[in-house]
Design a protein around this ligand. Structure first.
Ligand code: ADP
Length: 663
């Protein structure tokens, strides 16, 4: 029978979830709770009276702890291991404190062992996680270092590739220029049909090779982020029909039909990059022609949005050709992608065209899209935005008439490669220009000291003194303003900037297009005249209230003779038309009144006369032809007469001014 006291002590011991036991001074177990029984796997009877040390794994360490308890009176959180009778080990924290009797004499000790398996596991897991995290960080850093290294290598490789492509294309283009150029020259001579056929084949192959080289160069430029787009005014309709013209023969040969749909609401002149637009459509149409054996090719240009300052246009090229399988459509705009492995063998091509098209559309803010069904056909469409403009387009492709002022032209060709020298000489001979050749910049400078030339065509890469150095010398040391046109094989933006910076007036890329060369030479020779006159014009215009000749200058490309002719025509016809107006009004001859007013209208805009007068003339025409509000006509005729006579006065003065420059 337990006493009340020991009953109380027992309840306290059992209340603890931690294993708990009491021992005497010798270490023999006196009492224990159920938790201790559980953790050792023994029975109460078996445990009672045995040495508590028997249930721990490290006897020496445990003994030391036991001694500490009695030496110090207590031990806190000593780390030990308990053993279950079936061998299972439990990590515990050992806490012991001596038990004293009423006299304060140490009788034994109370021991609490706390199972810390879970804490240990968590701690282990935490350590492991920490180690893993540190390892992962290290790995990530290593990966980052490797990625940076790879980026450097890749960047170097791209640079090397670009350099290589640029050098190679230059090297290939130079002899190609000669091949194509001389083929063109020979094609102009008298040839037998067979010879013509063979030479044409050589020229076509040469042209194809140049296209390929340009394609590769374009892609290299895209890779290097060097693709640039011009913003020049151009005539969209003209540009597109000129390009489609190129396909006429091919389309006829294949018995196909070409349908062109052009939205008439598209403004005449737009600002954008006509050369790139050309390139995009050219690629799409040539694919359409290539992959179609029967049916038609429809090229549509459609105004999607018309805003105050810009228009959005959709271009589409639709064919009735072989089509593209659905699973190929997704990748068709990637480099070197062809719809099937047999494509190259059957149709030729490299799979670069569409990749370039995409790179020409998207950087301009446009989108491109394809729809296709096998054996039915494909439609490639793209959308681009163009700015509107008041300016006239600069029509490079239009042949500029050489006026009589520009004759006996002497050209200095600075070019180191003998084949190119000969080619340039042949071209210039054809134009009827005299030409002198210098094999490098240094010789050119020497020639300039003893001769005078109207214009210089300057190659860029030459031994001894290159084109840039020579131009710098001509501008800064010789103080000469002679127009210089650069002849470039590889037109990179950097080169063009440099051309401008050293003072070149223009550039033309090889292979030389003879029409373009002619226009550039004539344009360069005319520009100073235009500037000279424009300068005077600004001064004169200050006092001009009724006219503005800027439009006329533009229209005639500053051709003074033409300007004078047009002004004198206006001066001749205007007073007589005004007379007719007045007489017809007096006689109430409405038909002749309307006709005279109608005749006057077009000349107002040419002479830059305010549109108010054009509107007056239109009103007169309308009232006269409908015979309504005829009472108002008299006042209108009076206003028109006053305005026109003032304009004529001003035009007479202008006529004399221009005539004076001419002499
Ligand atoms: P290339 O014509 O030089 O092979 P492209 O990039 O222009 O390269 O075209 C890639 C591929 O897309 C072509 O090889 C062809 O398989 C397919 N493709 C392009 N346009 C058409 C088309 N109009 N009809 C059918 N297949 C086309």
């Amino acid at each position: 029978m337990l006493t009340q006291e020991s009953q109380y002590a027992r309840s306290l011991m059992e209340a603890s979830l931690d294993p708990l036991l009491t021992i005497n001074r010798e270490g023999k177990i006196l009492d224990m709770n159920q938790a201790y029984i559980n953790i050792t796997g023994q029975t109460r009877d078996k445990l009672s009276g045995t040495s508590f040390l028997d249930y721990f794994t490290e006897p020496i360490k445990t003994h030391e702890v036991y001694q500490q308890v009695f030496l110090k009176g207590s031990v806190a959180d000593a780390s030990l291991t308990l053993m279950h009778m079936d061998g299972k080990l439990t990590d515990v924290l050992f806490n012991g404190s001596v038990l004293k009797n009423k006299e304060g004499k140490v009788q034994g000790a109370l021991i609490v062992v706390r199972d810390i398996t879970d804490q240990k596991r968590t701690a282990n897991e935490l350590t492991e996680a920490k180690v893993a995290a540190e390892l992962a960080t290290e790995l990530a850093e290593e990966a980052k270092r490797k990625a940076e290294q790879a980026t450097h290598i890749a960047e170097d490789a791209v640079k090397a590739k670009q350099q290589f492509l640029s050098n190679m294309s230059h090297e290939i283009r130079t002899p190609m220029n000669a091949i194509i150029g001389f083929t063109k020259v020979v094609l102009k001579t008298t040839l037998s049909e067979k010879q013509k056929e063979y030479l044409t084949a050589i020229k076509i192959s040469g042209d194809a090779l140049i296209v390929l080289i340009n394609d590769i160069l374009d892609l290299a430029k895209v890779d290097a982020g060097k693709m640039t787009f011009e913003q020049t005014p151009f005539k969209m309709a003209l540009s597109i029909s000129a390009m489609l013209h190129l396909f006429e023969t091919k389309i006829q040969e294949k018995n196909l039909e070409l349908v062109k749909k052009y939205d008439s609401k598209i403004p005449d002149v737009l600002v954008g990059d006509p050369v790139r637009l050309h390139q995009i459509i050219l690629n799409l149409v040539s694919n359409a022609v290539k992959f179609t054996t029967q049916g038609k090719i429809t090229v549509s240009v459609c105004l999607l949005r018309d805003e105050e300052d810009k228009v959005t246009i959709e271009f589409s090229v639709k064919d009735t050709g072989i089509g593209i399988a659905e699973n190929k459509l997704e990748n068709i705009f990637e480099n070197f992608q062809q719809a099937s492995s047999g494509t190259s063998r059957l149709y030729g091509g490299t799979g670069l065209g569409l990749a370039i098209v995409k790179q020409l559309v998207e950087p301009q803010g446009g989108t491109i899209h394809v729809e296709s069904k096998i054996n039915e056909g494909s439609t490639f469409s793209f959308v681009l935005t163009f700015q509107k403009t008041k300016f006239q387009a600069d029509l490079e492709t239009e042949v500029v008439e050489l006026n009589t002022e520009i004759k006996n032209i002497k050209v200095l060709v600075v070019e180191d490669i003998p084949l190119n020298q000969l080619l340039m000489k042949t071209l210039l001979d054809d134009f009827g220009f005299a030409c002198d050749i210098a094999a490098n910049g240094k010789i050119a400078v020497e020639k300039l000291l003893s001769n005078s030339y109207d214009i210089i065509l300057m190659d860029l890469q030459m031994p001894e003194m290159n084109g840039f150095e020579a131009t710098e010398y001509v501008r800064n040391k010789l103080n000469s303003k002679v127009p210089i046109i650069a002849l470039t094989a590889d037109v990179t933006t950097a080169d063009l900037e440099k051309c401008k910076a050293v003072g070149m007036n223009d550039y033309i890329s090889k292979p030389i297009d003879e029409k373009l060369l002619y226009n550039k030479i004539v344009g360069a020779l005319k520009k100073p005249l235009l500037k000279e006159h424009m300068g005077k014009e600004e001064n004169l215009n200050k006092n001009r209230k009724y006219i503005d000749l800027n439009y006329l200058i533009q229209r005639t490309r500053s051709d003074r003779k033409l300007m004078l002719e047009m002004i004198s025509l206006f001066l001749e016809q205007t007073p007589s038309l005004i007379n007719t107006l007045k007489q017809s009004l007096d006689n109430k001859n409405w038909d002749s009144l309307s006709a005279a007013a109608h005749k006057m209208i077009p000349s107002f805009s040419i002479m830059g006369i305010s549109s108010d007068y054009e509107n007056i003339a239109k009103e007169i025409q309308e009232y006269a032809s409908t015979q309504k509000k005829t009472d108002k006509i008299s006042d209108l005729v009076y206003r028109l007469e006053t305005g026109c006579l003032q304009a004529c006065e001003e035009l007479k003065e202008e006529f004399n001014e221009i005539n004076a420059i001419n002499k």
